[in-house]
Structure formats: structure tokens, C-alpha cells
Ligand binder design. Sequence first.
Ligand code: S5P
Length: 426
Amino acid sequence: MWAVRPGSDYKLVCGVAYTGLPIATVISTKQDIPMLIRRKESKGYGTKKMVEGNYEEGQKCLVIEDVVVSGSSVYETVETLQELKLDARDVIVFLDREHNGVANLTAMGITVTSVVSMTELMVILQKHNCINQEIFESVSDFVAACKDTSIITRGKCLAQNGIQLMDCKLLSFESRISSTNHPLANELFKIMSTKKTNLCVAADVTTSEELISLAEKVGPHISLLKTHVDILVDFSKEKVDMLKDLAKEHNFLLLEDRKFGDIGNTVASQYSGGTFNIVNWADLITVHGIPGDGVIKGLISGVNGRHRGCVLVSEMSSLGALTSQEYIKGCSKMAENHTDFVMGFVAQSSVSNNPRFIQFTPGVQLEKSGDGLGQQYVTPRAAILERGADVIIVGRGITKADDPVTAAKKYQEEAFAAYEERVSVQ
Ligand code: S5P
């Protein structure tokens, strides 16, 4: 295999999991070239963690595989290596099964050389009386009949794994700006694109001092800060003004997670009055769809010309949530009827294919799968690539971390990389 390699000066080799790995290991040790391993598992891993080994950007890497059929496995490996900015365009395989894999890969700019093709192998085996004419002919017929293969790219792969991502999820935030006339949806799409963050931190802390300190620290890494002001023991207008200043300074929006869920008349008073006077300072609020249209109408009555919006809680992250499919559909309909105020959904799946609506997904953590009180977690990558989240909402994964800034940065990077991966799907 080494003898038929397509080029020279390889600084790395990488086997395609799994059968390519022992071959690559032998070549690596014999030729004294460092080896990389690309994991096959994709769930929950960022691109960087998919590859084990030491490498530097721009290094030339030879990809090694035993058999090429459609070329999909080879392509997946090459794609990951190229995402890490490695020069991975050359591939050696032992056997070309002649199912169009080499042509498929060539069309993607990849050079493949093989030791033998299936036809050549049959000729050799026949010459040495290892197979009879009947087998020779049936294999030849099979090879001739099975040329119709194509490379499975990530988009097709998502579909094949039963992951239903609606079309609007393949659009970039930038391109979705034109789909909405909601000023805050517009602003959020812009913040996410320019600041390169689709992270919302759930600031579930109990004192204003902690809240301000957290907002100061994570401000540069977030597009939204979500609050539960009724958890604070010392809510005050001065502290809220400080929070608003920080939001302006670091360019993020404020989402008060009040989950309004009463009749229109009551929510109108809760929104623009009482201790918290939420309409005065929160750009966005969360609302339950249970009461029906009236809840939205009641809230809108308190807005008085300010730029405000709401997010409908249509599906919850907690175990045993009663948010049925019928309820979810009802929320989508309610949103379509009030596009001037509703800018998206809190949801665990894509509930609308309208690109104007932004999906906020809570229940996201890198470490844990639950909290013992019903919360259920998925990774940022799964939330974005499998569940269709546009924005991930992360609370304790950041607020309880030893270093919330490092944690926020990590969630920001993982979530934005997953979003970029999603929109690059063809
Ligand atoms: O379904 C939901 C909806 C929301 S808004 N599940 C949730 O967990 N939330 C909120 O997201 C919840 O109120 C909390 O503020 C945050 C999740 O926090 P974490 O610490 O579990 O990440």
C-alpha cells in the first residue's frame, strides 16, 4: 500500500476507522510517520475532539483505508481532517471494489490510489485456481450492476439517522434576518452572527451582586442573559439599570424567564407593574401558551411602543412534561398569529419551519445527564444538530463551574461550531 501512495512528504497518516486503523498503525511505525486517529462516534463530540494525536495546521496527512465502496467513510475522515486545517487530500486503499467510490472521491477533489481493483483481484484469484469461472462471472456481474453509489454527506447522514431537521435550520442567522420584521429577532440574529455566539446564560443566582458580577464576566460570550428576577432576595431598580448598562456594553439582550401563564388581564398587570415592572427593562419574556391568545394580547397591551418580544414555551426539558404534540402545534399557530410580538419558542425540537422563529433550547450541559429533580440534559452539539436549537440556554453548567468565564467560553465555542456545521450541510 505504501508503494502506491499518491504523493510524498507526508507528515502524518490517519486510518479510517476501524479496519484502516491497524494498517495505518503498521505504516506509521514502519515509515516512522506520526499517526492520527479519527473517532467514528459523532454524538457529543466537537470536531477537535474527534481526532486524537499531535498535529499542526497545514501538515500533509495521508489517509489509509482497506476497502473503498462508495467513498463515504473516507470522505468523512478527510472532511474532519480538513476542518482541522490539515492538508488531507491523498488516500491509499488496498481494494477498490469498483462501486464508483474512487470516482465519487475524485469528484470531491480527493486523490485515491489502490493496490488492486475487484476485477484485478478476480483475475489473480482465477489464475491461481482459487475461484472457478462461475464465481468470476457472478462477481463481475455484481461489480457491473452496483455502480450507483454516492457519498453520504452530513446532511444526508442526518436524514438517514432519523434526525429531522427542518429546512429553515440549514439557513444561517444572517440569511434569516430578512425573514422577520420583529425588531428584536432581527437584533438577536445580528448579535449571534457578529459576536459569534448563540449562547444564553441562565443567571439563576439569588443576589443582585452575583447577578451583576456574572453578567460582567460572561457578557462577552453571550447573546442573551436569562433571568428569574423573582429568585433575587434584593431586587432593585438600580441593579436592573446596571444590568441594562452591561447588556448595552457587551451587546446582549435580556430575557426574563417569567413564564407568564394567566388570563390576559392578569398578565398585563404582572408585566407592567408590581415589584419587578418587567416591561420596563426586559427585552424578552417567556410565556406559556396554555391560556390561549388572550395571554399574548394582554402582554402586548403593556408594551406601549417599546421594542419588546416574547418566546412561547412550547416544549419543556423536564421529565414527564405535559407539552403534547397538540399543545406544541397550538403554540406554533399562536405564534403565527402574533408575529409582531412572538419571536420564537422554548423547545426541545424544531417546532416550526418558519425561519423567522428562533428556537431556544434549555436542558444543556456538557457533563451531566440530569439534576435529580427532573431536568434532562443534552450536549450543546446534540441540542443544535439533532434538536434544531438556534440558541442554547445553559444555567448550572456555567454558573456552578469552578471558572464560569472559561465554561461560558467553552459552551460558546461548542455551540457556535455546531451551528456552523449545521448550516454548512449540503
Ligand atoms: O423547558 C425548560 C424551559 C426553561 S426556560 N427547561 C428549563 O430548564 N428552562 C430554564 O432553563 C430553567 O428555568 C433554568 O433557568 C434554565 C436551565 O438551567 P440549568 O441549570 O438546568 O441549565
